[in-house]
Design a protein around this ligand. Structure first.
Ligand code: ZN
Length: 410
């Protein structure tokens, strides 16, 4: 004896009594089989119901493949004195109704895409996070998508009856289904009056009006298919509420009306571009000035002027300063940048013969690293934490290396 599936003929009953006919386990969890149930098991793309049996949480509902029995998986076993007695079941209505709205909405939307674009639904996904259908077309323009959405909502507004039944063979032969199912056995047909006819085992609302708004929220190409994400009823309302709050928040932050948010953002973007350009020019002029002052204050030893600096700036600023300094003739720059990933920059003007990679390596050796390199005229490296004192010692070693014969011969 397998379970009588009462939800097939009635999606709205949420409390019922039944007889327990089997106690078992599934993957270690306690499970019961009832002689009749309104609990919907995960199947046909629709997630299972949740609820309680004699007050114990039903956390999963599945169909046992061997005999078609419906297993109610429980959070904990039923008390001993409840076994083989009548069981009282209650179904979480909010979750069930959400899936009823979306399953019915899916039938309507799938038919709308057939009517508007001759696009067939080849995939369906429904979960607590998202509801999608996959259409057998790689692309649809916005106008076509909106026409399908409008048609689907028109069917909702007309509040048409939705009927589910098991036709006999003769009747089934006269029905033109949207999609011919692959499964054998008795076929359950769901009809949205004068609009859609399809085989489906899921739970649906009684009239299309109960679906509420059908809103497409995202279109995404997936290979040769088009994935359409949508929300119905309660989820559509929640989505609208959140997006409306978001728009109001954006409008308030930009001190404008929400229809003017795009224009306000565009103005901000342009303003930002101008400011960035001005900031770049100002920083460059500042560094130019710093370089001139530094160079003027540095004594010339007959061969070159050696500028030694430890900075707390970012490495990019230090690089720019070094570049501006070596634009002066007969100039060598040894620059340290403090921080968790301290850097040493060793650079010279083009009119000098010194190998700055060798000078850099001499400095890095003091810090105990060997990460860095560059051209003979400009080298940079580092990457370990270093204090001002450690960097000053490293720059002194780099300066010392400039005196060796090897480093002065071209
Ligand atoms: Zn369905």
């Amino acid at each position: 004896m397998t379970t009588q599936r009462l939800y097939y003929s009635d999606s709205y009953t949420t409390a019922f009594d039944a007889q327990c006919i089997e106690h078992t386990t599934l993957d270690g969890a306690p499970a019961v089989v009832l002689d009749r149930t309104y609990f919907y098991p995960t199947s046909g793309g629709q997630p299972h119901d949740t609820g309680t049996l004699n007050g114990v949480r039903v956390i999963d509902v599945t169909v046992r493949e061997s005999d078609g029995a419906i297993l109610h998986i429980l959070e904990r076993p039923l008390a001993d004195d409840q076994i083989h007695r009548p069981i009282h079941g209650e179904i979480d209505w909010a979750r069930r109704f959400d899936y009823m709205q979306h399953h019915t909405g899916q039938h309507i939307l799938s038919q709308a895409f057939v009517r508007v674009a001759e696009a067939e639904t080849v995939g369906f996904h429904m979960s607590a996070d998202s509801i999608t259908i996959d259409l057998d077309t790689p692309a649809l323009d916005t106008t076509t998508i909106e026409r399908a959405e409008t048609l689907a909502n028109q069917i909702v507004f007309e509040d048409r009856p939705v009927r589910a039944w098991f036709p006999d063979g003769d009747e089934l032969a006269t029905l033109v289904l949207r999609k011919t199912p692959e499964v054998g056995g008795a076929l359950r047909v769901v009809e949205v009056a004068d609009f859609d006819l399809n085989a489906c085992g899921g739970t649906h609302v009684a009239r299309t009006g109960a679906v509420g708004l059908i809103k497409i929220v995202r279109i995404e190409r997936r290979g040769e298919a088009l994935r359409v994400e949508f929300r119905c009823g309660g989820r559509a309302l929640a989505d609208y509420r959140e997006k409306n709050a978001l728009m109001n928040q954006l409008a308030a932050a930009l001190t404008t009306g929400y229809w003017d948010v795009p224009a306000a953002l565009e103005r901000l973007r342009e303003e930002n571009q101008v400011l960035r350009r001005e900031l770049r020019a100002t920083r460059s002029a500042l560094l130019e000035h710093q370089a001139r002052e530094l160079r003027a204050a540095t004594p010339h030893n007959g061969a070159f002027a050696l500028v030694t600096q430890v900075l707390d700036d970012d490495p990019q600023t230090a690089r720019e300063l070094a570049q501006k300094l070596i634009a002066y003739p007969q100039t060598i720059v040894l620059c340290g940048v403090t921080g968790e990933k301290a850097q040493i920059i060793a650079a010279r003007s083009d009119d000098l013969p010194h190998d700055m990679v060798a000078a850099l390596k001499a400095g890095l050796a003091v810090l105990g690293v060997d990460r860095g390199g560059g051209r003979p005229s400009f080298a940079q490296g580092g990457g370990v934490a270093a204090t001002r004192e450690a960097l000053a010692a490293a720059l002194a070693a780099a300066a010392e290396s400039l005196k060796s014969d090897a480093n002065t011969s071209r």
